[in-house]
Design a protein around this ligand. Structure first.
Ligand code: ADP
Length: 178
């Protein structure tokens, strides 16, 4: 499923983000940038030790912010590491922090002249953000950015599970209806 915004495309794919051949893939990192489980672990395993070395040099990343490294041995040229919020019931600014994680990732991509950026589903694994709510925030934030900026032409969302893929599909259909 895909939608066009200005000249840019947002598409939903099911699969493993480490195989994406985009200018950048966006990692659901943690604030220490020292690697972890889930998609973070998969990216460091597939990309080799260089990515972690670069992360150590950067030091850390605040919740809602994003930093960039090279892609190491990945097909993607760069990894943008963003830190989404841990979900604690929804009344602790989680929605704004999650939107910020997506927005900052795209800003970092723009600052680095990148034009294709693949996202994992930030915060919806170990950090516990309900995926239906998170998918709407993710898609809305990316679509808003693409309406205001024309430099990024392709944004795939790479959903690991078939269930998450269906949830994102529903959210995208809702957001693009009328
Ligand atoms: P967080 O700590 O931000 O919740 P996780 O890595 O635990 O991050 O989960 C985020 C999402 O990434 C989950 O939906 C999980 O299923 C998914 N995920 C795990 N491995 C991969 C992968 N190789 N490619 C894409 N998504 C993945």
């Amino acid at each position: 499923m895909r939608v066009t915004i200005n000249q840019s495309t947002v598409e939903l794919v099911q699969g493993d983000i480490t195989t994406q051949d985009t200018d950048a893939i966006v990692n659901a990192a943690n604030a220490s940038l020292r690697g972890g489980g889930g998609v973070d672990g998969a990216i460091h395993r597939a990309g080799g030790p260089q990515i972690l070395e670069e992360c150590k040099t950067i030091g850390g990343c605040k919740t809602g912010d994003a930093v960039i490294t090279t892609g190491g041995e990945l097909p993607a040229r760069h990894v943008i590491h963003t830190v989404g919020p841990v979900y604690r019931g929804g009344r602790e600014g989680e929605a704004e922090l999650l939107a910020s994680a997506y927005r900052r990732s795209l800003e970092v991509a723009s600052e680095n002249g990148l034009s294709s950026v693949a996202f994992a589903s930030i915060s919806t694994g170990a950090y516990g953000y309900p995926v239906a709510e998170a998918s709407r925030i993710a898609l809305r934030t990316v679509m808003e950015y693409l309406r205001a900026h024309t430099d990024i032409s392709l944004v795939p969302f790479v959903l690991f599970s078939a269930a998450d893929f269906e949830v994102y599909k529903e959210a995208l259909a809702e957001l693009t209806a009328g």
